[in-house]
Design a protein around this ligand. Sequence first.
Ligand code: SF4
Length: 371
Amino acid sequence: MNTEASQPFDVYNATLTELEQLLHNWQQPPFRARQLYRQLYVNWIDDLAQATDLPAALRERLAQETRLGSLELVHTQHADAGMTRKALFKLDNGAVVETVLMVYPERATVCISTQAGCAMGCVFCATGTLGLLKNLTSGEIVAQMLWASRELRQINPQISITNLVFMGMGEPFANYDRWWAAVERLHDPQGFNFGARRMTVSTVGLVPGIRRLADAPLPINLAISLHAPNDALRSELMPINTRYPIAELLAATRAYISRTRRRVSFEYVLLNERNDTPELAAELATLLRGSRTQPPLLCHVNLIPWNPFPGTPLNRSIRKRVLAFQQVLIDAGIACTVRVERGVEIAAACGQLAGHTQLKPTAAPASLEIV
Ligand code: SF4
């Protein structure tokens, strides 16, 4: 259950069955585990003392031998009149990750990290310069959602989180098993009960992960970071393209669509005069529109205004170029929106999640909002 061997057992790493086993070993009746599970995932307790339906002796033993999450909240920042909130958490190994909550009048989206750092090295993303610092445990992924839920309860108790996007730090498919364990725990109707159709996972294009997701038992939405319509440019921007070039990526995407009948989102970050020309927009439209032998892809393109980070030679596309790029795609019959930005002033917008802290200088990307 808990892979962090030197640390007390993190209860967020356990399924209900595993909690039942733990409490069974402590000679507790099975219903105690269900009570605890409800406290964790229905009441969202942040202190075991709040689980007042458990006997005091059991609460005490839990407090001594387990821990309620392993994320240490370092700070939160607010923007957009408090409607965007970014939390920075420290992990056991000293690395940090960030989580962003975006609140709207009738909905709320949370953007969650699955790794600290990242091994993928995309040039428009500062995290890529860090290398991989840690694969988050399922408990560390789940705990971010619980933080966001508690935060939202304070902001507006009338609404709950409507969308969960795995678009924070890291590549979810490079941490597939732990990420999936978190998905199952958050989806569990006996616990947090979050609908799978309201979850979206974003990948740099790890083809084995896409194929695995196509066969997965829960209907998680898929977003693919594309960022270029040809291999030469994409390999310059995203080294993973040399391993899984566009043809292979689109073949896996087609297999996913055909298997799930779900529409895929292609993310396209716009870099001034690098990947934002009308010619590249036309090439992208041709790629996605299909051919005589291939039907059009059931897809949507999300254009993301890029946000610079210190030390990068890249520049953000000017608005006029963003709109011109979008128009080419729309004229070609491709559904295309420009992502609304949130939290720019607290470095919480797309490409800005940076883990800037007194602890360590880190940087990470984020695709923060599905529109
Ligand atoms: S954009 Fe995503 S996959 Fe690429 S380096 Fe950054 S975190 Fe990793």
